[in-house]
Design a binder for this molecule. Sequence first.
Ligand code: SF4
Length: 252
Amino acid sequence: MTETFNALKRLRRKLRNRAEKAILDFRMIQPGDRILIAVSGGSDSLSLLQLFCEGFPHVAHDFTFVAVHIDAGFGSKPNILESHLKNLGVTYRIVQTDIASQALNPHAKKNPCFICSMYRRKRIYEIADEESCSKIATGHHKDDMIETLLLNIFYGRKIEAMAPVQPVFQGNLSIIRPFTYIDEDLIKQFAREMELPVLQKHCPMEGNTRREKIKNLIRDVQRDEKNANIRENIFKSFYHVNIDFPEKKSRK
Ligand code: SF4
């Protein structure tokens, strides 16, 4: 029992230290900030919220936050999440939407995940404005960043990564990603051991997304390349950008 308790304590410290390092390295939080924490109900965002509730010893304390859950309408039951938010004693909002029907519309011209993410983001921006928040904290982690780079190359024809701090609307709002340095596995382990109430996923696209394909691809390459740390190499490439590439000539 004591051993389990100590293991959880070590895990919590590891997660908090790495998140805190990212917050300080990238100056994610300033005194007086009001932050919207985007809580999807997955292990990442619930772990992030947990850390915000417990606090970061070396980060300015005079900031406030509001937890926001967008219910996309895929059928998950946010009442378990609501009880959890009440128990934590945080300010929160749960917002019902019909994003699911728009994302899964068979006549939609875009990929369901694209539509779903776009409308969720839009709603989150609106709520940030209503709540006078200048920052949005998300549970995006190192694996999300690695996969997003490849997703953008594979499907978006562009080289673009998720930044630890991403200004939007001419810098009037910033998205901050305190889990920038943290692997997905560590977060999942924390959520499991903390018994956080992770929402069941009911979206029919789950397990069949482009992100899932990229995740599997990285896993497969890593399996064949025992001596190379593929994920770490992709992550480190964010800091080694060579743009010595000839500009595309426009056709006359
Ligand atoms: S898997 Fe479903 S819930 Fe997740 S982004 Fe895609 S459409 Fe939305």
